[in-house]
Design a protein around this ligand. Structure first.
Ligand code: GCW
Length: 708
């Protein structure tokens, strides 16, 4: 076990990086801003500046009663004390019972006599173990705020909600809040390798591999609990078979022990070839009884070490990973052998649908649907198909994945990517909630209008009991966890949307800003506008009109000329198909026919360029350069406009940020500014490189854009 104080060491490093001096520190202090590293995330609990406001909150938090003593209730009591001390500047004592008005009481009816006496048990049971109420009421003749849940996890979530009310300056009088998560499994998927590197990670090395269990892990758990995340799959889906060996399972058990009081279960990514590689079996054939026995024994061993183990995440027959098809078996056969192994322990299997076998169809985006739809109804009841938001691979904009709504007999877990693999990594400020909302709110029409993706995954459309969502994490050992201070917002937003897909991107941004940056109206308004504009700006300079995957192997810089010798569908040219006659991928019925994987009316609307939204035009259509757009301009002119606009908008984010100098702490101000400058340069590079490249085919004029 390594114990480090991440704050001290990295604060120094960061000061060197941004040229922080005592002068700057003094300036920041002069305007009442403490130096910050970003380590505290949205749990900074910065002191309320207004003494009257502090005093009024204080009246509702004279003492804290948390019953009984258990690991989770200790976490609750500590968090409330910490939060109130930070926000209000007072030590709020822990009491056994309310002695005056203004006590905060937290508990469950089965463990707290005070909560049991309120007679709310039936209502709490209806909200479930993770749901909670926060109510202003009277206990023993004293006015009190009661945070109650049927389960300890719910009480913890309620405590964080209570603190959030103060963090976002909401009144505490006459509270009557009832919450329950709309999705049952709310997971982070870490793509962490056992050597500590992170696939598509841009914020330093793994938080836990090879062997860390430290204060930072507890703070990771706190942050997740504060947004309702209840599971973490801790190793990469490109899974090293070694992760299922006993020594590594013991390490996983250590991690699980830290996360457990915070309501978080550990999951593991499993390599399908483990029976052969670890158990020396001659085969991994899922229908071979010896293979089934091996998985059962492995599951038994895991549950001995981690009794609340969540289950396995599996990437099979995808990008070179082994899988059941190696033995002529189906994805269902593969998933079911693992599902049977964990079923006696209550475990689940998350079988990823990220497959794109070239033999299935020439068009990559059609392949997963083609392989998975015929398997609907053939998976065990404890198997989810885990489906990325779009059919390609986490592009800045994709239509929703056609599997949503197409597998009514299989629970589908949506997989979103929090780490910004294709969205500027840790350099670009891109708030992802608007992109996720676009998918969650998309209508699949699976059962007529209103069949939203959100209703597929929350189970209400098809009556699924099992529900969930996974986000590929963006955390690492960088002091601020996510590399870019604004990438923290994506972690936060993922958790909030996993709890309630109905929340708006703006409302989530608002909460996050107030908790993370401050409460001054101009600070909130400026940051909010930057965040809400950022995704569309990114799309304008990287993916105009739906033109996708114009990148090389780094998935970062523009590389329209990229033709990958290994696989056509890893190339840029495979997707944009630019030549003298036009640009774009024809997915209409005359082309690949991908439109027919969507229901009516989408398949008809998207089959015709005139009724396809501009922002997906070149996703579904291949069009001549002089194609007349809805605006009346030619396609080429619209492309030029978008690249130019995106570059201008990136510059605009930087300009808006500069107005905040002196209004937020200097440290984070400079760190963000440095990255926004880079973003401005990168966006201009996207514009110039892509326009120069495509102009060679279009022969249209882009001189304006290129001369800038
Ligand atoms: O987006 C691609 C990434 C791979 C990743 C793969 C997947 C874990 O480039 O790094 O592998 O998707 O989702 O399996």
């Amino acid at each position: 076990m390594t114990l480090v104080n991440p704050l001290n060491t990295t604060l120094r490093t960061r000061c060197r990086l941004v040229g922080c001096s005592t002068l700057i520190a003094a300036m920041a202090l002069a305007v009442g801003l403490r130096a910050e590293t970003g380590y505290d995330l949205w749990l900074r609990y910065a002191r309320l500046m207004d003494p009257i406001q502090r005093a009024s909150y204080r009246q509702s938090a004279i003492a804290i009663v948390v019953q009984p003593r258990s690991p989770t209730s200790e976490v609750i009591a500590a968090e409330l004390a910490r939060g109130l001390r930070g926000l209000l500047g007072v030590d709020v004592p822990r009491a056994v019972r309310p002695r005056s008005d203004g006590t905060v009481i937290v508990g469950t009816p089965s463990t707290s006599p005070l909560v049991a006496a309120l007679g709310w048990t039936d209502a709490l049971v209806r909200l479930g173990d993770e749901g909670y109420v926060i109510r202003s009421t009277s206990v023993g003749g004293h006015a009190a705020t009661v945070i109650a849940s049927a389960g300890e996890a719910g009480a913890l979530y309620g405590a964080f909600h209570f603190l959030r009310l103060i963090q976002t300056r909401r009144p505490l009088a006459r509270l009557d809040i009832a919450e329950r998560p709309r999705l049952e499994r709310r997971l982070l998927n870490h793509w962490d390798n056992l050597d500590g590197s992170i696939e598509r990670g841009y914020a330093g090395r793994s938080l836990w591999w090879p062997d860390r269990v430290d204060q930072r892990l507890r703070d990771y758990a706190r942050a997740n609990a504060s947004i309702g995340i209840n599971g973490a799959s801790i190793n990469s889906v490109n899974a090293n078979p070694q992760s299922l060996t006993t020594p590594l399972l013991e390490k996983a058990a250590g991690i699980a022990g830290v996360l457990r009081p915070y309501g978080i279960r550990v999951y593991l990514a499993a390599n399908f070839a483990a029976p052969k590689m670890l158990g020396s079996l001659p085969t991994d054939d899922p229908l071979d009884p010896a293979v089934a026995r091996w998985w059962r024994a492995k599951a038994d061993e895991i549950y001995r070490l981690v009794p609340d183990f969540g289950g396995f995440v599996v990437k099979a027959n995808s990008e070179g990973q082994p899988g059941p098809q190696d033995y002529g078996r189906t994805h269902a056969d593969g998933a079911n052998v693992l599902a049977d192994a964990v079923a006696p322990h209550g475990g689940i299997v998350l079988w990823r649908a990220f497959v794109y076998d070239e033999a299935v169809d020439p068009d990559r985006v059609k392949r997963a649907y083609a392989e998975f739809v015929p398997l609907d109804g053939r998976f065990r009841e404890n198997v989810f198909a885990q489906v990325k938001n779009g059919p390609l691979d986490f592009q800045p904009r994709e239509p929703f994945h056609p599997l949503f709504g197409a597998m009514p007999r299989t629970p589908l877990m949506a997989e979103l990517q929090i780490t910004q693999e294709y969205l500027g990594q840790a350099n670009h400020l891109v708030y992802l909630a608007p992109m996720w909302k676009e998918v969650l709110d998309a209508d699949t029409y699976a059962q007529g209008p209103g069949s939203l993706v959100a209703k597929v995954i929350d189970g209400s459309l098809d009556g699924q009991r099992r529900t969930g969502i996974a986000g590929v994490a963006n955390t690492g050992r960088d002091v601020n966890w996510s590399g870019h201070d604004f990438a923290q917002a994506n972690w936060y937003a993922f958790g909030r949307l996993a709890w309630d897909p109905g929340l708006s991107a703006g409302a989530i941004a608002d909460e996050w800003i107030r908790m993370t940056w401050g409460d001054a109206p101009d600070v909130v308004a400026t940051i909010r506008s930057i965040m809400l504009d950022s995704r569309e700006a990114f799309v304008h300079y990287t993916m105009p009109l739906g033109l996708h995957h114009v990148i090389g192997g780094d998935h970062y810089a523009p590389m329209p000329e990229n033709t990958d010798p290994r696989r056509a569908d890893w190339s840029a040219t495979y997707y944009h198909r630019a030549d003298a006659s036009g640009i774009g991928y024809d997915r209409t019925r005359r082309g690949s026919g991908a439109v027919d994987q969507y229901r009516l009316p989408l398949r008809e609307l998207w089959n015709d360029p005139a009724t396809t939204p501009d922002d997906l035009l070149l996703w579904f259509h291949r069009l001549p350069w002089d194609y007349r757009m809805k605006s009346g301009r030619t396609l080429w002119d619209e492309l030029v406009r978008s690249y130019r606009r995106g570059a201008d908008e990136a510059k605009g984010l930087e300009t808006r940020w500069r107005t905040l100098h002196g209004k937020v702490d200097e440290e984070r101000y400079q760190a963000v500014l440095a990255r926004l400058r880079r973003q401005t340069e990168d966006a201009a590079a996207w514009r110039d490189k892509c326009l120069r490249y495509f102009q060679a085919f279009s022969k249209g004029s882009a001189s304006d854009a290129l001369s800038r």
